[in-house]
Design a protein around this ligand. Structure first.
Ligand code: NAD
Length: 379
């Protein structure tokens, strides 16, 4: 069985590499030509632990990189869509990339005998598959979705910096759609790939909601401990680390995502919390708790700048070093990184900035020209 993967970013390239390295016959495609040729040449276009070796092994075994999607639509039984769903100004998701891929697949399905399962891994708000993707696909293909092909929602939970490990050993597989023969094939595929991992089969809107629920719960834990940290700061001698460590020992709470700090960032949590808030408002449910989670997160950064001002008297003309630029360790991804926002605010206040990060300096150079970079980390 051949597998197609459309969109070779963090999610798509990790999946393509893991499957290819396991001898699955994988055909990958990315519309970014520079990215595609880097991958073809064996160079991952971003840093991710274990990716380079896994990708190179995959290229020697089952992975090929295609120049267009036609061969994927003609030959692949499973076609994963792993393109981005970035945030728009109002917090909603920009669905244009997923839409465009579904339209192209639809047009090509018209003239093929292949009956593929289209598996959407991109994060999309509840109802998108049923209300938008299925109608586009059946209109463009002129075929009966559910009979000639089908769409299954399969949200991704991998963590950047652990993407290969998480792709090999996910904690769960979620499949959303109609319980038909396509769903049975999909279930069998994952049973074979991930023995013993729970597979949750539900409808597509529930699968879509599970992804947002997962990420907004993690964001809630972070804002919760940050709120407690702010309370601690006004109690002389109180220590938030002891509080977090202790409540983390309660099995009902768990120890992860309880580090007080400058707030959550990265390419997923801020975008997904904003999207579910926007979605919730649209369907007439006031998302009071999630609004508060965001408000606490926004306050953390402002509070950090206030704390720096308090410590230094004034920021103008002061030399300030920021260690860590990516949104977490072991990645070069600076999308929505709190450090990048902090640097912008400090520059606005007239600070002279020096930065270091073991992986993310090159990406940061594309954002700021007027700061100093040190590759050593020791100033
Ligand atoms: N990065 C993560 O940690 C993570 C985790 C879980 C879920 N997700 C979700 O998965 C999706 C992908 O995320 P990502 O971080 O891998 O994104 P990414 O931006 O790293 O990669 C997306 C890729 O899709 C390509 N692309 C865009 N339009 C295309 C088209 N028409 N045809 C072919 N390729 C196209 C882009 O060039 C890019 O390489 C998003 O919806 C995201 O929210 C991401």
């Amino acid at each position: 069985m051949r597998i197609g993967i459309i969109g070779l970013g963090f999610v798509g390239l990790s999946l393509a590499s893991v499957l290819g390295a396991k001898n699955y016959r994988v055909m990958g495609f990315d519309s970014d030509r520079t990215k595609s040729s880097e991958i073809k040449n064996g160079n991952p276009p971003f840093y991710e632990p274990r990716l380079e070796d896994t990708m190179r092994l995959a290229l020697r075994k089952g992975l090929t990189i295609e120049d267009n999607i036609s061969p994927i639509i003609d030959n692949c039984k499973l076609i994963f869509i792993t393109v981005g769903t970035p945030q728009r100004k109002d917090g909603s998701i920009d669905l244009s990339m997923v839409r465009s891929v579904i339209e192209q697949i639809g047009k090509l399905l018209k003239s093929t005998k292949n009956r593929p399962i289209i598996v959407v891994k991109s994060t999309i708000v509840p109802g998108t598959t049923v209300n938008t993707l299925l109608p586009i696909l059946s209109k463009k293909s002129g075929k009966k979705v559910g009979k000639d092909s089908d769409v299954i929602t399969n949200p991704e939970f991998l963590r950047e910096s652990m993407a290969i490990n998480d792709t090999i050993n996910p904690h769960v597989v979620v499949l959303g759609g109609t319980k038909n023969s396509f769903m049975k094939s999909m279930e069998r595929f994952y049973q074979k790939l991930h023995r013993g991992v729970p597979i949750i089969i539900t409808n597509s809107q529930t699968a879509e909601l599970i992804k947002y629920t997962n990420n907004s719960f993690l964001a809630t834990k972070i804002s919760f401990i940050n709120q407690i940290s702010n309370i601690c700061q006004s109690i002389p001698g109180a220590n938030v680390e002891d509080v977090a460590k202790t409540i983390g020992l309660d099995p009902r709470i768990g120890s992860l995502f309880l580090n007080a700090g400058p707030g959550y960032g990265g390419s997923c949590l801020p975008k997904d919390v904003k999207a579910i808030i926007n979605f919730s408002n649209k369907i007439g449910v006031s998302p009071v708790l999630l609004d508060a989670v965001e408000a606490v997160n926004d306050y953390q950064l402002k509070n950090l700048v206030l704390t720096i001002k308090k410590a230094l008297g004034k920021i103008r003309g002061k030399k300030i070093t920021v260690l860590g630029l990516a949104f977490k360790a072991d990645t070069d991804d600076i999308r929505d990184s709190v450090s990048i926002k902090l640097i912008s605010l400090l520059l606005k206040n007239g600070a002279k900035i020096t930065v270091h990060d073991p992986k993310a300096i090159d990406n940061t150079r594309m954002v700021f020209g007027n700061i100093s970079y040190t590759l050593e980390g020791i100033l």
